[in-house]
Design a protein around this ligand. Structure first.
Ligand SMILES: Cc1ncc(COP(=O)(O)O)c(C=O)c1O
Length: 446
């Protein structure tokens, strides 16, 4: 057999194996079969792509990565997507880019500058602000939409100090982009949209992740599209961010050669930067204190097969959310459900249940009951983040490291009363019916 024939045979057998091993119907037994809140959804295409990439053995980010970046940017409608190894890395890189000395001095974020963000959510939306020496200023969330309340931005704003807004579209529900972008334009602030949980969500008919200067994605398995591990930074408009984000991703280097290339700028030995001697090799000139946050090409190969399925995944999430919403409508006496932001079409990450005040049970009882019945459930990530040990310790270690603007009663309500169950495309009709019946049975006990 030639190499080509051997490869084809391996891939043919791989598909056969994947179809038998991974693609069969789940024999769902209520109360026995786990109903996860999220999970990877794939078929023989992704397994074939992973094995094919392994056989090529390029390993580091290469042609699959470039194709993924192009295809993803086209899907979203942004100038550029840069693939990284996680959503948390994407947040770190998007924020780090705003600290570059290559930006105009009045826009560059320096230590002590303030960044407005939401109190309830995922910790790595906020951590990059602190990791760069800037000061997160927390505003409250609305427990109905789960998003930051935009009317609080004005009172949190500090002239001369506030430089950016960085926050997430919670559980796939776009935050009020009309109000937030108007606020950012009014004061000349950067906007980073953490779009990790909201891929495919629309605000006034336009995809989230395209409004801010930069936006981020996570491709960890619970998310709308998975590469196993992975994430991306999207550049909506201004291509100057490409070199900055890539520099921070790739060790902080000044050079922008792709892997395996040597002289893209055409003057590899013609630069004079810092106090280095004239002509020092551009490949080893560092304009930032960077990281190495690149994924493997194999991950991109898997991701490219996932992008093709993305419209179907997003539609399934919406259908599953609607089906839970309809099925649980009769329990509104006890539960509040997440309200889509005005003018938006969410791309749901999960289905929120908020236990109403006065209900004869609490959120923890509900969570325990769902666990006992093998239904995956989660709190809204870190709840009110300032109550997390990392932040109570920070307040002791470095008073003034963060600021709270106003009261965080909404974030506390979310911390105390909210959980969410799954809507991911791997849930079958029977599983959704089982979730409804189980919550119904739980409420019926009181
Ligand atoms: C809103 C939000 N931002 C960022 C992240 C971090 O993504 P990753 O797990 O890929 O680091 C998550 C994780 O789920 C998230 O929910």
């Amino acid at each position: 057999m030639t190499d080509k024939q051997t490869r084809e045979e391996i891939l043919r057998l791989t598909r056969l194996y994947a179809e038998e091993r991974h693609c069969g119907e789940v024999d769902f037994k209520p109360g026995v079969t786990p109903v996860p809140y999220a999970g990877r959804v794939f078929d023989a295409d992704e397994v074939e792509a992973a094995v094919g990439s392994s056989l090529d053995f390029w390993l580091t980010l290469g042609s699959e990565g470039e194709d993924f970046e192009r295809e993803f940017a086209r899907f979203l409608g942004v100038k550029r997507t840069i693939l990284v190894n996680s959503g948390s890395s994407a947040n770190l890189l998007a924020f780090s880019a705003l600290t570059s000395a290559k930006l105009p001095p009045e826009r560059r974020i320096v230590p002590g500058d303030e960044v407005l963000t939401a109190a309830a959510g995922f910790p790595t939306t906020v951590a990059p602000i602190l990791q760069n020496g800037a000061v997160p200023v927390f505003i409250d969330n609305d427990p109905a939409t789960l998003n930051a309340r935009p009317e609080l931005l004005e009172q949190a704003y500090a002239p001369g100090k506030t430089k950016a807004v960085m926050m997430a579209h919670t559980l796939g529900n776009p935050f009020d982009l009309g109000a937030v972008t108007a606020f950012c334009e009014k004061y000349g602030l950067w906007l980073i949209e953490d779009n990790c949980d909201a891929l495919g969500a629309l605000y006034n008919g336009r995809l989230t992740g395209t409004f801010g200067d930069l936006s981020t994605q996570s491709f960890y398995p619970p998310h709308h599209l998975t590469l196993g591990e992975g994430g991306a930074v999207n550049i909506a408009r201004d291509m100057k961010f490409k070199v900055l984000v890539e520099s921070f991703r790739d060790w902080g280097r000044d050079c922008w050669c792709a892997s395996g290339m040597d002289n893209t700028c055409g003057k590899r030995f013609g630069w004079k930067l810092g106090d280095l001697p004239e002509g020092y090799d551009h490949k080893y000139i560092y304009s930032h204190l960077g990281y190495n946050l690149k994924p493997l090409d194999l991950q991109a190969a898997i991701g490219r097969r996932q992008i093709v399925k993305l419209p179907r995944f997003i539609a399934a999430r919406r259908e599953n959310w609607e089906s839970l919403r309809r099925g649980l409508a009769h329990l509104e006496e006890y539960f509040a459900f997440q309200i889509p932001e005005r003018g938006s079409e969410p791309s749901w990450f999960g289905f929120m249940l908020r236990v109403k005040e006065g209900a004869p049970f609490d959120r923890t009882q509900l969570g325990r009951y769902l666990d006992e019945h093998r239904i995956g459930n989660r709190t809204l990530f870190g709840g009110n983040l300032v109550r997390q040990p990392a932040f109570t310790q920070l307040a002791l270690d470095r008073p003034g490291a963060f600021r709270v603007a106003g009261k965080l009663t909404g974030a506390d309500t979310i911390m105390n009363r909210v959980l969410f169950v799954g809507v991911y495309p791997g849930l079958t009709r029977k599983m959704l019916e089982y979730i409804v019946a189980t919550i119904d049975a739980f409420a019926g006990k009181f």
